[in-house]
Design a protein around this ligand. Structure first.
Ligand code: 7TS
Length: 422
């Protein structure tokens, strides 16, 4: 029995093979696009992922054959649409290993999930003098909503610092956490540095001080396996469009007990049980937090994206993308005048760099002329740029369909930049 399990584990952890990646590439019609007459090399997966046929077909099928509003009609189509929408919720529940499907709230994305928690949980539980702890490497979406909450309540924002490798300085965690800390909001993976944070340890430390923890899983949900019960987090947010799913749909996971105790974020249809002018009764979870007609096609598309991820296997995706990152890091760090930002020991497939000879936007444009899509800018993480003393970086971010050949093409592109600017 043990031997069988061991073999199974090894099989699951095995990185994708070249042949498997080739087959997966065929599932992405956009990879046949030829920008500037060149084959598309898409390295902007941290901004948004591309969509496989399975997702496109699910959305198409919904609008062609199932379109109706949910939770309100008694007719045939409405029942089908409702069942497809709720089935998507169950897929998300299993994917994140949430205990209950009512702990999954559909949102517009990570940003809305964080705003929901800061406005609902935050305004109810945070008072003047309380503290909220975030980190130096957060995306603006996990900074600004907490600043707004502090402005509204008189709470204080504390920031866990990072070191030159782009890792959190965990020695400071104990000092920054206090009995006044009400919320800790931390990213699982940094979009600007690629660092994978030791969130389980942070969650445990925060809980010891009585704080609740929100995990920003925007950059991890499609790259690493996530188990919210094992992590023990109170809230976790992610975006469908970074998980091979559609834009405009995202997920807030919240422990039922907490969600139950929270006031609604928005008022409207579907989030109520009864409305009278003198008293309105709110709906049960998760509908209390889903006011108005939801993004039904988006949820169904996200469900299909999750099936796609499951069919490949999260552990195998993680193992393969780590190989890609190691391969790319080894090449880029040996090119004179190229500096990688974010050299943490634990990293996901994000490679941010700057060059002595050229501005990140110029690098981005030259790579674009070669058919290579990267992002150049501050990546909505201005404090990270400030810490490293750069205005911007060029960022290549990997997905399961990227290949070593594409990384070789990126390296050739960088050499071309050097040729032009040096
Ligand atoms: N948190 C992190 C860590 C992110 O990387 C992003 C988006 C967000 C939150 C916000 O997600 P949204 O779907 O609600 O917009 N990051 C990026 C990026 O790196 N490039 O474009 C968007």
């Amino acid at each position: 029995m043990t031997i069988t399990l061991d073999r199974e584990t090894i099989k699951q952890d095995r990185a994708l093979t070249t042949e498997e990646v080739e087959r997966l590439r065929n599932e992405f019609p956009i990879l046949r696009t030829r920008p500037n007459g060149k084959p598309l090399i898409y390295f902007d997966n941290a901004a948004t992922s591309q969509k496989p046929y399975r997702v496109l077909c699910a959305i198409d099928k919904y609008y062609k054959n199932q379109n109706a509003n949910v939770h309100r009609g008694v007719h045939f189509l409405s029942e089908i649409a409702t069942s497809a929408y709720e089935c998507a919720r169950k897929k998300v529940q299993r994917f994140l290993n949430a205990n209950l499907s009512c702990e999954i709230v559909f949102t517009r994305g990570t940003t809305e999930g964080i705003n929901l928690v800061s406005n609902s949980y935050g305004r109810k539980n945070v008072k003047a003098g309380d503290e909220i702890l975030i980190s130096y490497m957060e995306h603006h979406s996990n900074i600004v909503p907490w600043q707004m909450l502090c402005e509204n309540t008189g709470a204080v924002l504390k920031v866990l610092p990072i070191n030159r490798e782009g890792e959190l300085i965990l020695d400071d965690l104990e000092n920054l956490l206090s009995p006044r800390t009400k919320i800790v909001a931390i990213t699982h993976v940094s979009n600007a540095l690629g660092t994978i944070n030791p969130i389980k340890r942070i969650i445990r430390a925060a809980h010891e001080r009585g704080a609740v923890v929100l995990i920003d899983a925007a950059q991890s949900a499609s790259h690493l396996p996530i188990d919210v019960q094992d992590l023990g987090c109170d809230f976790l947010v992610c975006s469908g469009h970074k998980m091979y799913g559609p834009t405009g749909i995202g997920v807030l996971y919240g422990r039922a007990e907490l969600l139950d105790s929270m006031p609604p974020y928005q008022g409207g249809g579907d989030m109520i049980l009864s409305v009278r002018f003198d008293k309105t009764t709110y709906n049960t979870l998760p509908h209390k937090f889903e006011a108005g007609t939801p993004h039904i096609a988006g949820a169904i598309g996200l469900g299909a994206a999750i099936e796609f991820l499951n069919s490949v296997g999260m552990k195998r995706i993680e193992a393969y993308e780590r190989q890609l990152l190691d391969y790319a890091t080894n090449i880029l760090k040996n090119i004179d005048g190229v500096h990688i930002i974010g050299t943490a020991r634990e990293k996901a497939g994000v490679l941010s760099f700057y060059m002595d000879c050229a501005h990140p936007h110029d690098i981005g444009q030259i790579l674009d002329s070669l058919g290579i899509a990267v992002r150049a800018g501050h990546h909505c993480a201005q404090p990270v740029m400030e810490f490293f003393g750069v205005p911007a970086t060029t960022r290549a971010s990997f997905a399961l369909f990227n290949t070593r050949d594409e990384i070789d093409a990126l390296a050739a592109g960088i050499l071309k930049v050097k040729e032009i600017f040096e």
